[in-house]
Design a protein around this ligand. Sequence first.
Ligand code: SF4
Length: 348
Amino acid sequence: MADGARAEQRQPRIEQRIAARRERVHVLTGAVCNNNCIFCMEEDREGRRVTNSATTDETVQWILEHNPGVEEVCFTSGEPTTNPALPRWIKRTRAAGVPVISVMTNGRALSYERYTAGLVAAGLNRVYVSIHGHEAKLHEGLTRTPGSFAQTVAGIEQVARLRRYGVALHTSTVVTNRNLPHLAPIYRFLRGLGVDQVVFNVMQANGRANTYFEQIFPRYRDIAATFSSFVEEQSRSEPRPMAFLVDIPLCTTGEVPDFNRGYVERYVHFEPARASVPIEPGPVTTLPGLPAGDGLVQLRRADLDEAARLKRDACASCRYDDVCEGVWGNYVRRHGWDEFTPVGRAAT
Ligand code: SF4
């Protein structure tokens, strides 16, 4: 048996990895974003500004005190680096003993050396940078923000220089019709910059991605086939490409090596109960405890997505049923169920 095949056998399979994943706490940090991505999930920018502006020092303290033992706190939503409180909140999180402190960012502000070094000195030790192409034309056609590519690349380079201090560098590339043909050059470009893990996120058929669905949303079967070919080709020069495909129903990715099938972390975030933004859909748990009248609601990814994703009766026979979140209703309504065939439970 080849070494690669033995290693493959030792790793828990994708459904086991998903079942064992831990919950990450998200802190809503950026009231605004300085990119304008065509597929942005957060279409309601004013709603996000109102909700995320409500995160204060007290909110962060409350979250840290009420989530003892959490493994990762991630500062996210909007563009977290636009919030001047970010270094302070990272410092508090480190003081609370959280092992992994991360930020999800477009990386542009990280191009400033002193700023990035300051975040790392405060305790930041994992960075997820969104980048959607290996060239300015491709990336900026999707971010619709001139100049964003050079800054994001410079941000990645700054973080790469700090990896020796224990900072993990991951990227997130949202897969669209435009960049799907370029997975290999995108991967090689990012690995060449020093990225540890290159994640290809399939679009979520919500927000702007639904508005522009016909223009930019690839078929799942095409994504799986293209990714699979890319991994196969890359494996000839790199035994285990550090590329991961996430947010795609597992029944469509059977041809992808199990190692390269990724998953989205479970997460929970908190937002003010009195936020003027309607929360769609429920259910939520109200958590009192902040200054009078400022209770928080706790929202999990499943709370936000469940009503928008569907399964059909046949899914009950699928080996992935327990860990599968279903298929976006907005996708099924356009393309039907033909791509989604339950995978036999006895299959290996
Ligand atoms: S449960 Fe249904 S949608 Fe999910 S992987 Fe299985 S067949 Fe696909």
